[in-house]
Every structure is written in structure tokens, then in C-alpha cells.
Design a protein around this ligand. Structure first.
Ligand SMILES: Nc1ncnc2c1ncn2[C@@H]1O[C@H](COP(=O)(O)OP(=O)(O)OP(=O)(O)O)[C@@H](O)[C@H]1O
Length: 262
């Protein structure tokens, strides 16, 4: 699939509808007297690719950890896949996939062993994992790498495999925390083709990135500054609103007021 913005699907379908798969209301996280996430409210529709942007220290990872059921909110509410992130965190975890640059595959295991391991962790049955492994390796063009140690793969291949493993159990939502960090633009585009395929199958993609070309690929983008969401709309609308030609301009306009991460 072509990931140029002109070929992208219309965004109007993602206006805040009734059937949001992620919905937050004044979601807040404090560490002592410091407010890392400051009352954020937004919703994400099924199959949407939602970009979650912000400068260093804006609060993205803290917010994402709450949405994944890994950290309890101090106040406010969050529903993910229909479950309350504070009270039903185990159900939340069962209905999502997660990938970050820091936490992904086991380098000392083979490609197929990683697939089996994560399929098991996500609750899939052994025969289902075996049946889907061949088709996954085929889709990725990794048939020859089946028995290779993950350590031996180029970074871009590892990230594609990590993403595929994170959605192997067909979760409702996949959370991606800077999934393409350190990868060259051409490999990043290939990675985004996998994201588009997942979204076409109805999987909602919630992604943080520091790359503004990737922000253009999202259906909608939110931009956090010092714990708050300062802007949220389609890339086209944001550019119009901030009178800039690209997302880089929007981001810098908002991020220049940030007190954190200086
Ligand atoms: N466990 C913690 N205790 C105290 N402060 C924390 C804790 N976790 C995060 N913070 C602070 O909360 C703020 C938001 O951090 P967070 O990691 O969520 O930002 P981020 O937007 O993901 O940044 P980056 O892009 O650099 O990853 C930062 O100032 C950070 O130092």
C-alpha cells in the first residue's frame, strides 16, 4: 500500500463517534506533587491510526502505560476496549498488543521461538500459533529466517517482526511506543505498510513517534505539551489551523511553549 498522504483514507469517519475503543476523561497521573499527565480527554475510533505526539517529557509514555493497564491513574477515567483501565486492567491487557523500541523480542531466541513465546503469552493455543506462524513468515518474506536468532536480524526486520508478534493474536488495539526509532526512512515506510494492513483489518493503532513524516500518515494526531493535550485533529486540519505546510511546523509551534524536556 502506498503510504503517501494523498492516498490516505478519508478522516471524517474518525470524528468522535459512539463506538470509541479508547476513551479518556480528565485522565491524570501525578508522581508526588508533579503532574505528569494533566487531565487528558480524547477518544479513538475502531480501526483508526491515532498519533500521540509530544516533546520529550510531555507525558506520552506515562499516559500510554495507564491505557495499557500497567499504571493506575491518580484521577480521571479511561476505557480501553470497553474495560476500565483502573479496575479491569487484566481484561485490558488481554485485548491489546504492545510494542516499544525498548521492550520487544528476545534477542537470544530464534524467530519462530519468539512467535511461539509471544503467541503463548497473549493466550493463543499451540496449534493456532503453529498454523499462523507459516503465514506470518510468508507475509513478512522471512521464511529463510525462521531459525535465525533475532539478534542476527537488521533493526528494521526486528521491528517488523516485533509489530507482527504484537498483533499476532488479533487484538482490538495495538499500542506502539516509538516503534521505528533509529530506522532509515525507507524501512520506516515498509513498517507503516504493516500498520495500514492492521488498521484495514480493524485493529486500532495508537502510536507515539518523533518523526513528523509518520505523523502525516495518521488519521488523527494529538500533541501533548507539559502533560496536556494542546491540539487534536487530522493532520490536514492541524496544518490549516496553525497555518503551516507540514506537521513539523505544527509540532514546533506548540512544543516551543513546553517547560519540560529543556
Ligand atoms: N515514575 C516516575 N516518577 C517521577 N516522575 C516520572 C516518572 N515517570 C515519568 N516521570 C516524569 O513524567 C514526565 C513525563 O514522562 P514521560 O516518560 O511520560 O514523557 P514522554 O512524553 O514519554 O517523553 P519521551 O518522549 O522522552 O519518552 C517526565 O518529566 C518524567 O520525568
Amino acid at each position: 500500500m502506498d503510504t503517501t498522504k494523498d492516498n490516505f483514507r478519508p478522516c471524517s469517519q474518525f470524528a468522535s463517534g459512539h463506538e470509541a475503543v479508547i476513551r479518556t476523561e480528565k485522565l491524570t497521573k501525578r508522581f508526588g506533587s508533579f503532574t505528569a499527565v494533566d487531565g487528558i480527554s480524547f477518544s479513538v475510533a475502531p480501526g483508526e491510526i491515532f498519533g500521540f505526539l509530544g516533546a520529550n517529557g510531555a507525558g506520552k509514555t506515562t499516559a500510554m502505560r495507564m491505557l495499557c493497564g500497567l499504571s493506575k491513574p491518580t484521577s480521571g477515567k479511561g476505557l480501553v476496549a470497553g474495560y476500565d483501565i483502573a479496575r479491569e486492567s487484566e481484561q485490558v491487557k488481554r485485548n491489546i498488543g504492545y510494542m516499544s523500541q525498548k521492550f520487544s523480542l528476545y534477542e537470544d531466541l530464534k524467530v519462530w521461538e519468539n512467535i511461539r513465546l509471544f503467541g503463548g503469552i497473549y493466550g493463543m493455543k499451540t496449534d493456532e500459533i503453529a498454523a499462523k506462524t507459516d503465514s506470518l513468515l510468508h507475509t513478512l518474506g522471512f521464511e529463510q529466517e525462521r531459525d535465525a536468532l533475532v539478534r542476527s536480524l537488521p533493526l528494521g526486520w526486528k521491528q517488523k517482526l516485533a509489530f507482527s508478534v504484537a498483533i499476532f493474536h488479533e487484538p482490538k488495539i495495538v499500542f506502539l511506543d516509538e516503534p521505528t526509532g533509529g530506522v532509515d526512512p525507507s524501512t520506516r515506510r515498509q513498517f507503516w505498510e504493516l500498520i495500514y494492513d492492521a488498521a484495514d483489518r480493524g485493529i486500532t493503532v495508537f502510536v507515539t513517534t518523533h518523526y513528523m513524516d509518520e505523523a502525516e500518515y495518521c488519521n488523527r494526531v494529538s500533541i501533548m505539551v507539559d502533560g496536556r493535550i494542546e491540539a487534536l485533529d487530522t493532520p490536514a486540519e492541524l496544518k490549516k489551523q496553525f497555518h503551516t505546510e507540514d506537521m513539523e511546523g505544527v509540532f514546533h509551534y506548540l512544543a516551543r511553549t513546553a517547560k519540560r524536556g529543556e
